[in-house]
Design a protein around this ligand. Structure first.
Ligand code: GLY
Length: 309
């Protein structure tokens, strides 16, 4: 087992320029740093990448700053419907859930789907029943729905639009889809992503987050990727897998591959969003087409960094 490990997390993408002038910036930085350091403790003691990405995404889901778990955005009916997925780079095992409600931590349910091994993706009522079988914590909708989200939906409806996590509607709405990628001391990669979707999206809509290869992907032979942005565009471009193919088949380093992936997203479908990527050697990279991406990383066990723009 080597001494080296790397970890990246993201808290969503969108228009963040106002953060620079608001107290919100400190809140996001603090949250990202705390979660990175908690993740570091686990990677440093030799925990597996899959466990650490699940753990970091659980912490992000529990923080109402972000559009995942608690604080998820509301669909057009004012309901919370969440998606989550994770993937293990060593053996390509994956677990995902779509269109779920009540489950406190969708990523934990995705992990149970992975561990069960029979299916990759469960949705709706069936996923909820499975969560009950797994004895996962369920919460009343009051736990998920914040006043800020109710106001955000009202504003989106008034403007007749469907919006990204951090798109500027008001200063209180800079909340984002979450994700984590890690390379552990055993040399294994893993990725996890979780979201409440897009503000005012059609009920029953499923984005890229729970679709392996679109919003999440991990393969020890290439890299681990977690995405955030307008899901439909990441679905059409199968973006997480496309970036992995750039690494594996075109021999790109992760920085070049992340940039090339976002260029492809923009050129082909005018896509908006961002990605975080770690390769098998623990190199970290991110890229985005939005003005902001809340992102933190620890590369090869070094000090933690955070960017919001
Ligand atoms: N990327 C999150 C979504 O579109 O649902």
């Amino acid at each position: 087992m080597s001494d080296s490990y790397s970890l990246m997390i993201h808290g969503g993408s969108g228009c963040l320029e106002d953060l620079k002038y608001e107290a919100g910036e400190d809140e996001f930085r603090h949250s990202i740093h705390v979660i990175l350091e908690k993740g570091r403790q686990r990677l440093a003691r030799g925990d597996r990448a899959l466990d650490v990405v699940e753990y970091c995404v659980t912490l992000l889901e529990n923080d109402p700053l972000y559009n995942a778990g608690r604080g998820s955005v509301l669909n057009a009916k004012g309901q919370v419907e969440m998606d989550a997925a994770l993937m293990n780079g060593a053996d390509l095992r994956a677990g995902a859930v779509a269109c779920i409600s009540q489950v406190k931590n969708p990523i934990a349910l995705a992990r149970h789907v992975l561990a069960h091994g029979q299916n990759v993706l469960l949705m709706g009522e069936g996923a909820l029943e499975f969560a009950k079988l797994c004895e996962l914590e369920l919460c009343h909708e009051d736990y998920f729905i914040t006043q800020a989200r109710i106001e955000q939906l009202k504003a989106a409806k008034a403007a007749g639009r469907i919006t990204l996590d951090h798109e500027r509607i008001s200063p209180s709405e800079k909340l984002g889809t979450v994700g984590a990628v890690a390379r552990d001391r055993h040399g294994d990669l893993a990725a996890a992503t979780s979201t409440g979707g897009l503000v005012n999206n059609h009920w029953g809509r499923v984005g890229d987050t729970p679709i392996i290869g679109a919003g999440v992907f991990a393969d020890n032979e290439s890299c681990a990727v977690s995405a955030t942005g307008y899901g439909e565009e990441f679905l059409r471009t199968v973006l997480a897998k496309t970036i992995a193919m750039f690494v594996q088949w075109r021999g790109m380093d992760v920085e070049t591959a992340a940039k090339a992936g976002i260029e492809y997203l923009v050129n082909r479908v005018q896509g908006e969003g961002g990605v975080i990527v770690i390769d098998g050697a623990g190199h970290c990279a991110s890229a985005q087409s939005t003005t902001g991406l809340i992102c933190g990383w620890i590369e090869h066990g070094s000090e933690a960094h955070c960017t919001l723009g």
